[in-house]
Design a protein around this ligand. Sequence first.
Ligand code: S3P
Length: 428
Amino acid sequence: MRQISPAGSVRGSVLLPGDKSISHRFGMLASICEGPSKIRNYSSGADPQSTLDCMKALGVPITRSGSEVTIEGQGLDGLRAPAAPLDAGNSGSTIRMLAGLLAGQPFSTEIFGDESLSRRPMQRVMAPLGLMGARIDARDGKYPPVRIQGVAAGERLRAIDYEPPMASAQVKTCVLFAGLFAEGETRVHEPVRTRDHSEIALRELGAELTVRNRVISMQGRPKLTGRDLFVPGDLSSAAFFLVAALVARESKLLLTGVGLNPTRAGLIDFLMGLGARIKVLNVAEENGELVGELQVEHSDLKPGVLEGAMTAAVIDEIPVLAVMGALGGGLSVKDAGELRVKETDRIATVAENLRRMGGEIDVHETGFVVPGGQKLKGAEVDSFTDHRIAMAFAVAGLSASGETTIANAEAASVSFPEFYDTLRQITA
Ligand code: S3P
C-alpha cells in the first residue's frame, strides 16, 4: 500500500533508470558476443534483472555493481544448458526475446514466469520459431511455461522471411535473435514500425543488418564483438513525470539523459501536438541511440486521438496518457487491442481505477474514450500487480482531491524501483 497526497505543482529535475527495452537487448546480446562488455546505466528494474539472471543460468559470467554490468561474452556457440528451468519473472520481453536465442541452441530449456506472465500469449513467438525449425511447446499450446527443444546435433535453424500479424518489437526481436543462429538471411516485414533497439544494438555489435521500408534483413552466424555500452534513460518512465508536470499548474521539470530514439519519441510529438510545452535539449548519440534532455511545463492541452502507428509507438505510455486525458483535454484511443495482453488487461485496469476515482471512461474492445476536464477524487486504487498501472495512478493521485492509496504499489519496481522516491523529491 502506498499513500499519495495531492501535490499542487511538481518542480525540479529527474534522473531516470536506464531504458528497460535496451537493457534487455544489451544483456542478451553481450552474452553471445566474443569478449567482455561493460554496460553503464543498466536498468534498475526487476525485469531487466530477470534477463541477467537467465543469462547467468545459461553459463554467462555476469557481475553487477549498481547500474554497471559486466558481461563476459561466450560467443555465438558458448551458452550452456541451464541446471533448472529459467525464471523470467514478470517479464514478457525476457521470455519472448530469449525464446529466440534458445531456439538456436543444441540443448533443451524451459522458461516460466509469475502469475501475470503465465497468462500472456506465446503463440506469437512459437509460430515463427516453428517455421525456423525449432521444436517448441507451451502450456495449453500457448502460455508459459514454454519448452524449447534445441536444434539436433549438426543441424541449424532455417532463415525465414516473416511478417508478424501484430505490431510487436518483441516478436521482431525474437525472430532476429533466432536468425543469428540460422544459415543465410532472416527477414522481418513489420506491419507497423516498432521500436528498433534490436536493429541498432545488433549493428553496433557487428551484425550485418539492413532496414528498408519496414523490412529488416539480417545475415545469420555473424561475429558479434563485446564492447562498452551505455543505456539511455527510459522514455516510458519519463512519461509519468511529463504527464505529472503537464497537468499540474505552475509545474516545471527537467528530465536528463532521456532516450529519444525516434521509434519511441512519438510520445513527444503526440504531446506537442496537443499543445504540451516540452523543449528537447542537448541531443547527442550514444551507441546509435539518441539521448537528450526534456524540459516540460504545465500546459493547457487539447483533446487527443491515438490511432494506428501512433498507438503502437506509445503503447506502454497509454495508461498515464489516459490519466492525462481525464485531467486535461480528453483522449480517444483506437487500435489498442494489444493493451488487453500486457502485464494486465490495461484497458480494464485503467477503466477500473479511473472509475474508483470518480472518473468517466467509455471502454470498447480495442480502446477507450476519456472525456477531458474531469476532477478526480482520491480513492483506493490497485496496480493489479502491473507496474505501469501503479505509476499512472500515483500521478493521478497527485492531481486528485484527497488521499489516494495504491494497493500492490510495489509493482512499480518491475521497471522503476526509485519511482516513489523520485515523486517525493519533485513534490517536496
Ligand atoms: C517491448 C515491446 C513492447 C512493449 C514492451 C517492451 C520491447 O511489447 O510493450 O514493454 O522491449 O520490445 P510488444 O512487442 O508486445 O508490443
